[in-house]
Design a protein around this ligand. Structure first.
Ligand SMILES: *[C@@H]1O[C@H](CO)[C@@H](O)[C@H](O)[C@H]1NC(C)=O
Ligand SMILES: *[C@@H]1O[C@H](CO)[C@@H](O)[C@H](O)[C@H]1NC(C)=O
Ligand SMILES: *[C@@H]1O[C@H](CO)[C@@H](O)[C@H](O)[C@H]1NC(C)=O
Length: 726
């Protein structure tokens, strides 16, 4: 998925202009800063925050099925299944919200002004977009478009018992197509736009898709694999301004190729009777880029979607129709899909963008023109840890670079706000907060439009540092969510008034969460001080299983004697006394070494990633050896900086990575970090390999959310691993 990667690559320069303005005004504030930041605290007692006594957020509950330690949300003894009694399907929810908010803004898309290509340093051509203001459609208009699209599908000859697939980037038409299909009870297969060819063919073929809805830029690719796609009859493409439509596609195959707007017109002229689904009908089959082998299709019912939507809405701040959500993560990912469902159900505005055009300095934005967030000024945002980590690093680098007064001021401001957020210093929500916000953090906030009031982060655990950083710099709560496709997105979200870090909150009101002892891994529900075990989720958001894969389904989904459906996540967690969950490990990532010690690869990686030299790291342990090793993608900038200072000569980066001096420098840094993070001796990689090329979703080595894919990396670096163990 190019999306995340694009933003990530770009972020180091994001704060340039903001930072310049910032630092030019700083000097005037130095005196006051010293007074407030240094003098005042001496006169104020450091006192624990009064409200800090921990609130009970989750409570034990009796449940059926395998023995374990189960927790439910403290606010509700009954699980909720839908936002209102009669919104039991996505189709009903959409129709209700469209009726209720019919005159309000709903879907926004930026006006296309121009596209150009500039030559990069290495001769390659870079696409740059010039985009204008957002153009809005109301809820009423969107509803009509979804109905027209549905009728158009029927007119095209789509047989309602066959499936449609959406394979494209996040945009308004994606959402309209999705909702349109439900007007005719058509199941939608969703596929990541970064999925490889084999996986794509596998997903379309396995679900016998007859109508494929895709980006126009995918048409050529689809044509080239058309001989393997025997079930497809219709192809509908999203039009892109400034790109000529690849209509010639029709001549290569027997497909009927139609543009999205033609289908809408067709439907407008030939309205079809809606054929609405019921709660247990299948809404979507989502193909997730698993960490091993071919992707698995997760079967999601309408009931799953509305249950999650209802439960998440409860834990967010109250949403209004004036709230604006920036949509830029892939809609084929459950996290974005549920986020858009939530803001849709609340009647908010959704402005579409992309990770490559998000900020003024994003790579696809034409120099001197505005990024999506600068124009949209969103109030709500969803992120993934990889993005937050990069923003944090970029701001820190910028501050380091400036040095001097600016750096001190930032550091003081940050510390003061940190103390306030952590509740160790009293009274910091008033004037002082305003002061720091205005002189230090305002410019950082401007990068995201300056109006964010809530963001939610999911996809992987967010480090403590990053969570604090984003709390303070954004000045808005960040909800940490935990969930997976199989549980239809979030099963926990940290609550707004919870200022702790590293935890993901109590169970949502749509599910129970049970810890089940895992003896081999040494995690037991009888553990002190907190019960630990594999995280098992039960309730109406637990999906129906894997498509055409009963064996795998039976392995991880179980129905108990009371009829409740449970999903075994393979993640290891522990429950804090207040009922909040903390994710501590992953079953698959634990290896028993030759002498019997269990080591957690995830824990090692999480610790070592804080070395300056590490861009990506994968720890690996062979159970037939007594030590572990690591593959490291070095942060190029840092390693080259070191090489220059150390006087190392090299022709290109991969030569540098091969040098013993470089390996030893990185290894020493890992060792230091490992000590600081209190890793055990056998948890410190004894040998490492430096991999010069970045791991990107396109290379298949990381997932769309930038999580490493162990099996793929292992097979790609097979010979290097063998050498390290030789
Ligand atoms: C498509 O699926 C059929 C069975 O449904 C299978 O026989 C065939 O080999 C598959 N083709 C590809 C290209 O995967
Ligand atoms: C199109 O369909 C005809 C008959 O149904 C078949 O003979 C032909 O091979 C098909 N062409 C392609 C490119 O699939
Ligand atoms: C929706 O479609 C599925 C599959 O084609 C079918 O089994 C189900 O009965 C339909 N639901 C309704 C309410 O017609």
């Amino acid at each position: 998925m190019e999306g995340f990667e694009g933003l990530v690559v770009n972020s180091p320069t994001q704060h340039k202009s903001g930072a310049r303005d910032l630092f030019s005004i700083l000097t005037g504030f130095v005196v006051s800063a010293v007074v407030i930041g240094v003098v005042v605290p001496r006169f104020l007692p450091s006192m624990p925050f009064l409200g800090k006594k921990s609130k009970q957020r989750g409570v034990p509950v009796e449940v059926g099925g395998e023995e374990g330690y189960a927790i439910r949300n403290a606010q509700a003894s009954e699980l909720i299944e839908s936002p209102h009694r009669d919104a039991t399907t996505v189709a009903a929810l959409f129709e209700q919200t469209c009726n209720k908010h019919s005159q309000n803004r709903f879907l926004g898309t930026r006006k296309f002004i121009g596209r150009e290509f500039v030559k990069a340093g290495d001769g390659s051509k870079l696409e740059k977009l010039h985009l204008g203001d957002y153009e809005w459609q109301t809820y009423g208009q969107a509803f009509v478009r979804a109905c027209n699209f549905a009728s158009g599908l029927i007119k095209l000859g789509h047989e309602v018992d066959t499936r449609a697939a959406i394979f494209g980037d996040t945009r308004a038409e994606w959402f309209i197509a999705f909702q349109g299909c439900f007007r005719q009870n058509i199941t939608v297969v969703t596929i990541y736009s970064s999925l490889g060819e084999d996986a794509l063919i596998h997903s379309l073929n396995e679900t016998e898709v007859s109508t494929l809805i895709c980006d126009s830029k995918q048409l050529t690719k689809m044509t080239s694999i058309s001989s393997s796609l025997n079930t497809i009859k219709n192809v509908i493409y999203f039009e892109d301004e400034g790109i000529s439509d690849a209509n010639e596609c029709g001549s290569y195959s027997n497909w009927t190729v139609t543009s999205f707007s033609e289908v809408e017109k067709l439907g407008q002229k030939n309205p079809a009777h809606p054929r609405l689904p019921s709660k247990n009908d299948i809404a979507a089959i989502m193909y997730t880029s698993g960490s091993t082998g071919l992707p698995k299709g997760v079967v999601i019912t309408h009931g799953n979607v509305v249950a999650s939507t209802a439960a998440i809405t409860i834990v967010l701040p109250r949403l209004y129709s004036t709230d604006v959500y920036i949509a830029y993560l892939p809609l084929a990912h459950v996290f974005e899909l549920v986020a858009e469902s939530v803001v849709m159900a609340a009647g908010c505005q959704i402005g579409y963008g992309s990770a490559l055009t998000l900020t003024d300095t994003s790579s696809k934005i034409k120099k001197g023109t505005k990024g999506d967030v600068s124009v949209l000024k969103p109030t709500l945002m969803a992120t993934v840890p990889a993005i937050i980590d990069r923003i944090r690093d970029a701001v820190h680098n910028k501050v380091e670079e400036k040095g001097g007064i600016a750096k001190n001021l930032f550091n003081i401001g940050f510390k003061r706000r940190l103390a306030a957020v952590e509740g160790s210093w009293f009274g910091a929500w008033g004037l002082e907060r305003m002061f720091w916000d205005n002189i230090v953090f305002k410019n950082i906030r401007q990068v995201f439009g300056g109006r964010i009031r809530y963001s939610i982060c999911s996809g992987a655990p967010l480090s403590t540092d990053s969570q604090r950083f984003i709390n303070i710099c954004m000045g808005a709560p960040v909800g940490q969510a935990y969930g997976i496709t199989e549980t239809f997105a979030a099963v926990t979200v940290s609550e707004k008034d919870d200022t702790t870090v590293g935890r993901v909150g109590p169970p949502l009101q749509s599910c129970y969460i049970k810890l089940v002892s895992w003896k081999d891994g040494g995690y037991l529900t009888s553990d002190k001080p907190m019960p630990r075990g594999e995280i098992v989720v039960g309730g109406p958001s637990v999906t129906a299983g894997y498509f055409k894969n009963q064996e795998k389904t039976d392995e991880v989904y179980k129905v108990d004697e009371k009829g409740m459906r449970w999903f075994y996540t393979g993640d290891i967690g522990r429950f804090h006394p207040d009922g909040c969950l903390e994710i501590i490990d992953r079953k698959k990532d634990i290896v028993k070494l030759q002498h019997g010690e269990y080591i957690s690869l995830g824990k090692i990686e999480a610790a070592l990633i804080s070395s300056n030299y590490v861009e990506k790291i994968m720890a690996f342990a062979d159970p037939y050896h007594s030590y572990c090793i690591a593959l490291v993608v070095p942060l190029r900038q840092e390693l080259e900086k070191w090489a220059q200072e150390a006087g190392i000569n090299y022709n290109d980066f991969s030569e540098l990575c091969g040098k013993n001096e470089a390996v030893s420098e990185v290894q020493q840094s890992l060792y230091k970090v490992a000590k600081a993070e209190k890793l055990d001796k056998y948890e410190i990689p004894r040998k490492i390999y430096l991999a010069p090329d970045p791991w990107t979703p396109e290379s298949g080595l990381v997932t769309a959310a930038l999580k490493i894919r162990r099996e793929q990396i292992k097979s790609k670096f097979k010979s290097e691993i063998e050498k390290l163990y030789a």
